[in-house]
Design a protein around this ligand. Sequence first.
Ligand SMILES: [Zn+2]
Length: 263
Amino acid sequence: MKIKIRNKFKFIYAIVIIIVLITLVITLIVTNIKNKSIDTAIKETKVEENIALANATLYNIKENINSRLNDWKLILVNKENYLPDNYEVNLKTINGNMKVDERIYNDLKNMLNDAKKENLDLLICSSYRSTSKQKKLFNDKIKEYKNKGYSDEEAYKEASYWVLIPGTSEHETGLSVDIVSIDNQVLDENQEKTKEQKWLMENSYKYGFILRYPTNKKDITGVNYEPWHYRYVGKENALQIKKLNVCLEEYIEILKESLNKTE
Ligand SMILES: [Zn+2]
């Protein structure tokens, strides 16, 4: 009888141990699953945070490129891109009777002053030109050819070779200046040999200006080499354009392409 009771006790004891063990295993499994799901949740949150961060950065880049492209400093005026009819410009007089967009006045003045410190005399020989002035120049040229016996069509073609069609000259923006050396006031390619032009080509970007029609970009700009025509694009853009060794048309294209890549 005693043995039976002891066996019964052992049996219950074994059952209890088994139940405890099973509970323990189940607890371990459940805890493990819980931990795993917490880990996954943390990881997912991190991924979401990173995606949000990446989106924000991308958004900033897009905004930055967009605002650059739409900025007045990058207005593109050439044979294909006419100045808008409603284009308005507030002018400020510099060096006696030259007029430029007032927003570029300070940088232009600093450039001239700093050149002066290097004993270089820069002379602005052309600056803002109203569209009506451009029209007059253009019509005078047409007349010149018609007087030589050219037909209307031929005269127009010849004139547009020498004078930019009204609405397509950068001088109408007030953002461009023709600068020559005081010792060489002729607009020819010898300009590039003067110490003034050499200094300008090297330093103008620091003041936000670019050499607008470089000799190796004729095919893209559609304008012959003009080592005297400088265009204001702002310091940031001028630095990039110099680094990339591109002309304004190419630079705008690069900005547009990088905007497309972020879409
Ligand atoms: Zn010019």
